[in-house]
Design a protein around this ligand. Structure first.
Ligand code: ADP
Length: 259
């Protein structure tokens, strides 16, 4: 009996190992195409990234890795997948943005533009005091930025994964103020803002995933702005008495009044 048990344990371990291998493979699959590998090697050889430590997130458009840079400074490395499926909807957030006039038609070119767009958006937001990860480098489909999380490599939680907010009204007003600053000072609309794209770390809210953010002159900017406000108010209304939650339209109009 004991023997059979041990055998089963052994088999389980082997199965787990093989499952992990498959997962690892799936995580890298479609991301590290030959172009990306060449680029990664260049970034690695320059010493910007010393070591890839692990994967933080595997998504449809990109994977995010935890890596160590010079002097072991923690980094988040976002690598966009060169996947033609993604370029169709991405185009809607690129075409009409005065910053990107020539985008090309190939999947590579569009994804590279998308990655550069996230880098530019992060830079523009940072310059106007919006709390986002500091962008460090973008090269083709690879974006290197500040890692938000514990020193041991545990990434910050998303707002969605927080059970309790210390001061929800204050937190809500802070995000509404960030949306307003983004529009009025950085001249950008996030376009996908919600509790999924806000990290919560050491009592601070950090906005992430800004690749789709558009210029306020983009034809859909007002629609995206209202959607962002709505998502944020929806989330905070779970923690706040409705009489303290402002109306979407009121917030929207207040921002536009200040243009
Ligand atoms: P996607 O578009 O694939 O969702 P995100 O930019 O939202 O890409 O990143 C996916 C996940 O990776 C986030 O939900 C977050 O958990 C983690 N992440 C992204 N950027 C950072 C960062 N700078 N520091 C720590 N974790 C990050």
């Amino acid at each position: 009996d004991n023997k059979i048990n041990r055998l089963e344990v052994k088999q389980d371990k082997r199965r787990m190992k093989s499952k992990r291998k498959t997962e690892e493979h799936a995580a890298f699959n479609g991301v590290f195409d030959s172009f990306t590998l060449v680029n990664l090697n260049k970034i690695l050889s320059k010493g910007i990234i010393n070591e890839f430590v692990g994967i933080i997130s595997a998504g449809k458009e990109a994977n995010v890795y935890y890596a160590l840079g010079e002097e072991d400074v923690p980094l988040a490395v976002k690598i966009y997948k060169i996947d033609p499926q993604n370029t169709k909807w991405m185009k809607n957030y690129i075409i009409g943005d005065p910053r990107f006039k020539k985008i090309g038609t190939s999947t590579h070119k569009i994804i590279y533009t998308w990655c550069k767009k996230e880098f530019k958006n992060l830079t523009q937001m940072k310059r106007h005091d919006i709390l986002v990860p500091t962008p460090l480098l973008s090269r083709d489909n690879i974006l290197v930025m500040e890692f938000i999380g514990e020193e041991n490599g545990t990434p910050a939680k998303r707002l969605k994964d927080i059970d309790e907010l210390v001061n929800p009204i204050e937190e809500m007003n802070y995000i509404l103020d960030q949306i307003s600053k983004m529009y009025l000072n950085a001249h950008l609309v996030h376009g996908d803002l919600s509790e999924f794209n806000i990290l919560y770390f050491k009592g601070k809210q950090i906005i992430i995933d800004v690749s789709q953010a558009v210029s306020i002159y983009h034809i859909n900017a007002p629609v995206y702005l209202q959607r962002d406000i709505k998502n944020v108010l929806n989330y905070f209304s779970k923690f706040i008495d409705s009489k303290h939650v402002p109306d979407v339209k009121a917030v929207f109009e207040k921002i536009l009044k200040n243009v």
